[in-house]
Design a protein around this ligand. Sequence first.
Ligand SMILES: NC(=O)c1ccc[n+]([C@@H]2O[C@H](COP(=O)([O-])OP(=O)(O)OC[C@H]3O[C@@H](n4cnc5c(N)ncnc54)[C@H](OP(=O)(O)O)[C@@H]3O)[C@@H](O)[C@H]2O)c1
Length: 264
Amino acid sequence: MNIKNKTVWITGASSGIGKALATEFSQQGAKVILSARNEQKLLEVKASCLNPDKVKILRLDLTDFDTFKLKVNEALGLFDGIDILVNNGGISQRSLTVETQLSVDQQIFDVNYFGTIALTKALLPHFMTKKSGQFVVISSILGKIGTPLRTAYAGSKHALHGFFDSLRAEVFNDNIAVTIICPGYVNTNVSKNALTADGSKYNIDDQGNANGMPPNIFAKKAIKYITKQKQEVVIAGFKETAAIYLKRFYPKLLANIIRKVNVT
Ligand SMILES: NC(=O)c1ccc[n+]([C@@H]2O[C@H](COP(=O)([O-])OP(=O)(O)OC[C@H]3O[C@@H](n4cnc5c(N)ncnc54)[C@H](OP(=O)(O)O)[C@@H]3O)[C@@H](O)[C@H]2O)c1
């Protein structure tokens, strides 16, 4: 698939991975719609794109599910429909289960899972009518394994796999593709923005993220897989990728390792 002149709608486009994807899609000639809550940051991302005239901003809060039908209609009118929705917006977690307020688990699920599936469901009729389209989901290594301090986050990402694997089977005959991407550590603000037990921001740039893959490198790799309409891919370093294979073939060994690893 050639990305040139395709219309790509990206959530979580104000920062990190979403911002890098927007810049890279624009560089490759796509028309891009940027969504997130922070409009000022979206304007800065737009200005940094190679073709700002082919970039539009659509402010969206992933927890405002009731607005999605309207937002989809607005998005469809910005260019000439939508070809690819990149479900990227999300929040992480840094807290022990025993201390975490249920409202925090719910907030993480509202953004990562319900926001993502609600937006997908609002756009789905458009893809079904035109018999084409692609849903991209930015999951995580934590969509495949679990580690301490991430119960809600890992739960929300695992849930995305269940939803989108099922959806892929349902819409195959409508010529709609589903691509799930599982990043390892990427150098973004994800840990700073992560929620702690009481819902306040963690505000620390974890070493794993600080030493993670540069977002622009991640974006280039991700777009390569998106254009090939891959079903599921892992974009991560050796250790994180190995963990997924251990989980599949030696789950007990991985469990032993995970409980001893000093996860921050
Ligand atoms: N960085 C990593 O190491 C890593 C690893 C695995 C998976 N991921 C996943 O990658 C995705 C992007 O994260 P990132 O690393 O780029 O982190 P980030 O820099 O913190 O960016 C998160 C993005 O999500 C948006 N967002 C958060 N809450 C939102 C809400 N209620 N409504 C709409 N947008 C919201 C933020 O925009 P506003 O605040 O402007 O709304 C921001 O654009 C996430 O799904 C994350 O789980 C990241």
